[in-house]
Every structure is written in structure tokens, then in C-alpha cells.
Design a protein around this ligand. Sequence first.
Ligand code: AMP
Length: 424
Amino acid sequence: MKVEAVRGMTDILPEETSLWQYVEAEIREAVALYGYREIRTPIVERAELFARGVGETTDIVHKEMYVFPDKKGQLLALRPEATASVVRAYIEHGLYARGGVAKLYYLGPMFRYEKPQKGRKRQFHQYGVEALGSLDPALDAEVIDLAWYLMERLGLRREGLFLRLNSIGCPRDRPRYREALREYFLPHREGLCTDCQRRLDENPLRILDCNGHTCQEIARDAPRSLDYLCEGCRAHFDELLGYLDALGLAYEKDPKLVRGLDYYTRTVFELASRDLGAQDALLGGGRYDGLAEALGGPPTPGVGFAGGMERLILVLGEREPGERCYRLISGPRAYLLPVAEEEKAEALKILAALRRAGISADMDYAGRSLRKRLQVAVQRGARYALFLGEEELSRGEGKVRDLETGVEEYVPVGELVPYLQGRS
Ligand code: AMP
């Protein structure tokens, strides 16, 4: 019986990984310009981290998290997101003691037991940034600016993107807002889906991000968090809007945007693509000023975002790849064609020398005819074919054919490296 990949967990094949590598490289360069340094945290964490960080009543933890006991019965989880892990590491390694703002970024796989569909997987990949240690709304603006810059750098048009923005206030505002939501939804209880009926008791905020059509209809006129902000949160939001205006970044206030994670406070946002359909959020983020404390660390405000690689690749895949991407996809520079078995050892030596000189080179190991192998060289996008026949090699030479121009030249084996290096 064939063993297949797990549903919702996809292989990324070589023809796709070039684009992935290109996007990853762009992300690394972009975030470095904003002062972020990479952090790599484990994929497996204690389940408790996400229960306490992301929230017990969120779909991510309640329904979608992969949880399993290890051999000692300790409950572990495949990380469904990385902010909780980054903050855990920040506390565990005392990064706060360095003072100032810690700017950290990550890239890697996340796991959620969701219904797989276009742009939604069970193993998916996120890139994200976290800036810890400041309450300044200018930092929120900088983080949002970075999100825009990243998308623009990858070649997405501003007109094809839009920013949804909201403030959900602080823990002081939350009980009042929660109560208002509960009062609003209570008369509609019977119309809500069973999940939202539970949410109504546990955490009515979560009803606002239910995808069900009826629940969305009911939620249309629900109280808005912006009307329940305390003075401090209102000022923070107004200042942020001022900074976004100064940066020339457009936004749409979205009163229903609460994001499906409990740790958010104040600013929440999503950058979405008009080309993506139902799952249109390219990235989402916000402030989480209470998270570090909830995880047992010193009170430390934070702001960040996470974006989905799969969705980015979907949007980018429909466009012409950029020049840097082409460089990554391009085939070997030289393709070696030993005419017979006897020339193979010499071919191996030349391959090793070319590669050590930084020239990509390859040959065929499938035992195909010379004609077929030449076709492979062309298909793989090689620039030069290097024929190694008995006659040439007896003179210590190989025959180089420029596959673009068709021009051929005999080149001494010892001079192949400078010969190929000297050509564009
Ligand atoms: P979240 O961690 O839920 O705030 O999601 C942040 C971003 O990650 C979203 O905007 C998506 O781009 C991406 N994302 C979240 N869940 C998935 C998934 N199951 N499959 C693919 N991408 C996802």
C-alpha cells in the first residue's frame, strides 16, 4: 500500500522551492533593514504555553491544536503560532535585561487542525516579527509600515492590498465590552451556531470572528470595541492613526476585526489581498501588552505580525518572477557530457573542480544516450555543454559549446575554471 502525506500537510516540490527561497530571502533582508534579528524556537512546546498565551477558548487552542503526551505523560503541542514561543524565549533567556526594544523575527512551520482548502493547510508556514519593550504607538506604525514594505518589495501593488485596522482596548476595557456583546447576542442565542453559543458563555468576542454566514449576519450590528476604549487606549489609537497618515499608509477601520487570539490588546490589523478570495489575509498582527506577564515574565508590552507563506506564494505565483528569483531557479552553468564510460572519471574530477570554484555544474547519471543528455542540458537551462570525448581528452582538452550562441571552442581541462569564470 502506498503511504501518502497527511491530509493538509503538503510537500513543496523543487520547482516551487525556488520561489519559496526567493521570498524567504526577501523577508530576511527586509526585516533586517528594520532592525529585526532572527530567533529560532522549537516546534514542540508545552501545550500549556498556548493555553495560557493564545487562550483556552480560542479555536486555535480549543479545536485546532495538535496535542499529545510524551513518554512521561507531559502534554506537548505542535506550535500553532510562534508569538507565544518567542515571548517565552524572551522571558526564559532574560532578553528584557538588555534594555530597549527587542526586535525578533522568525520563519517556520506551524500546525493547526483546520479544514484544508486553498491557502489553508494543517502544516503551514509563517514569517513574523515581534517588537518587545515599548508602548509607543509609533512602534505599531513602524510594524505596519514594515508589513507594507515587505509586500511592496515582493512586487505586490498597493492597490491590490488593503489594511484592516481596529483597537480592541486593554484588559480594563474588556469586561465592559464583553458584557455589551453578551447583552447584544443573548436575544439571538438560538440563531447562533453551536460553537458561538458556547462562545457566548465563554468569550463573546470570539463570535465576531466566526465564519458562519448566520453568525456574521447577527454580528453585523454588534457593539464596536472602539466605543468601549478607555482614555489611554483611545489616545494610543488616535496617535497610531496620525502616524499612519504621516507615512501615507491607507487603512480601513474594521470594527469586527478582533483576531482569533486572546493575547491581543489595543491595536489589531490585517493586511489583505484583493486577489485571494475568502482567505484573503496575507498577514495579521497587533499588540499584546499582557502576554509576557501571562507567561510568568516581567510586564512587557509587545507588537508584531505573522504572515502566511502559502498565501504569499499563491499571490506571487501568478506574477512573473523577479530577476533574483530567476537567478535561484536557473539551471547549472555547465553540463558535462562524457562521451563514453571511460571519460566518466575525468568528468567527475572536472565537476568537483568546477563546483569548488563556485561554478554550478552537473551531468547525467541515468545512463542515457549522448543526444538525450544534450537535450537534458538544454531543458535544465545549462549555459554551456562540455563534451569530453576520447580524442579531446587525449589532448588534455574538452569541447565547450555555448548553448545560447552555438559557438564551440576547445579548452584545456586545466583552464576550464577561468574560461567559464571569464564569461558572462
Ligand atoms: P494568525 O496566526 O491566525 O494570526 O494568522 C496569520 C497569518 O497566517 C494569516 O493571515 C495567514 O496568512 C496565515 N495562516 C493562518 N492559518 C493558516 C493556515 N491554516 N494555512 C495557511 N496559512 C495560514
